[in-house]
Design a protein around this ligand. Structure first.
Ligand code: DNO
Length: 353
């Protein structure tokens, strides 16, 4: 397991030097943020970013994300140019030694929450998704943006894009995804870069838009679209775990034993009775997921891919990008490291006996 940490570049209030001080830290997960979705990232800007990351002694191995242009998801003729650009990005990133690219295939919106600063019982704040609040949200009225999204839209742009999606149901989205994968996976293989799709968050349709990277059956189908290890997963425990139909431990076990997980996002969520959820601390008893079991199956399957603690709460008075402060994610990193160290020692002890 290679412990990693997401960093939003020089603008991030969480400094690289602080991340470096977290014990066991191995690599940084980052991206170029000032290029519009679908355009080519220049080799110069990639190399500059790599240099910054490496200057503190961390690796520049994982990109999250190279976002997929909406025309690719919609299957429009203009997808050709964006697919060509995507391939160029894969090639340019491989020149900088990148090993894994994370992306998603969610129409219009990336991860969705209804409130970013819900005060929890202990006074910390967290991202939450309350069905009641969602029912009152209408993306076509008002401007919906969330920190972390790779793009945000004006009201008019949103209306236009929603209209285009009227013809795209789940099956059309599957075939557009297959088309994209058949084009890019051979390039990824040639460049030795593992592609790792992020599951939809939450893992079901929202605002009438289709979502397909949602459950075990669909993940099986996804992996078969192009049955090649370069076509793999970012297994996000919090995204898949925010629906009770997903058995996250089983899914981590299954896909890590098939060596199709290239990147793990580890965090906990607390499921509420009506299907809503709150993001919680990583510690298992704080939420609904058993983080120790998740780490145990990864260890059993000799997982040696990248893993990052995911969203943290805001604690100790920290302010900043919701979900991406330093303190709670650092606690998560140490919790995960502690579990892993214990697993390593226990297994070695058992082997010696
Ligand atoms: C949320 C993140 C996602 C993820 C993208 C990958 O915090 O995990 O925004 O980066 O879905 O493309």
């Amino acid at each position: 397991m290679k412990l990693s940490f997401r960093w939003y570049g020089v603008e991030d209030t969480v400094k690289l030097q602080y991340i470096r001080q977290i014990p066991n830290m191995y690599s940084i997960v980052t991206a170029i943020y000032d290029v519009p979705v679908g355009e080519v990232w220049s080799t110069n800007s990639i190399l500059k970013l790599k240099e910054e990351v490496e200057s503190v002694g961390l690796k520049f191995d994982v990109i999250e994300s190279v976002p997929v242009h909406e025309d690719i998801k919609l299957g429009l003729p203009s997808r050709e140019i964006y697919i060509k650009n995507y391939k160029e990005n894969i090639r340019n990133l491989s020149k900088a030694g990148v090993k894994v690219i994370c992306y998603n295939f969610m129409p219009v919106f990336d991860w969705t929450r209804t409130q970013l600063d819900k005060v929890l019982e202990d006074g910390s704040t967290a991202l939450v998704y309350y069905k009641e609040q969602l029912a009152k949200m209408d993306p076509l009225k008002g401007e919906l943006t969330l920190p972390g999204w790779d793009s945000s839209y004006t009201k008019d742009q949103l209306a236009e894009i929603f209209a285009k999606y009227e013809k795209v149901d789940e099956e059309v989205l599957w075939s557009n995804l297959k088309y994209f994968l058949q084009e890019i996976i051979p390039v990824a293989e040639e460049c030795d870069i593992k592609m790792a799709i992020h599951p939809d968050d939450p893992p079901y349709n929202i605002f009438g838009l289709p979502r397909i990277i949602t459950n075990e059956k669909n993940l099986d189908r996804f992996l078969k679209l192009v049955d090649n290890k370069y076509n793999g997963l970012t297994l996000c425990t919090g995204s898949l775990g925010s629906a009770s139909f997903n058995d996250v431990v089983h899914m981590v076990d299954k896909y890590s034993s098939q060596e199709r997980i290239h990147f793990m996002h580890v965090r906990n969520v607390k499921l509420l009775e009506d299907g809503s959820f709150e993001e919680s601390a990583h510690y298992s008893p704080s939420g609904s997921l058993d983080i120790v079991e998740i780490m145990r199956v990864l260890h059993k399957n000799h997982y040696d891919g990248y893993l990052r603690p995911d969203h943290g709460r805001m604690i100790w008075g920290e302010t900043g990008r919701p979900g991406y402060g330093l303190f709670d994610r650092a606690l998560g990193a140490m919790y995960i490291t502690g579990i892993w160290e214990t697993l390593e020692k226990t297994t070695k002890g058992e082997e010696a006996r």
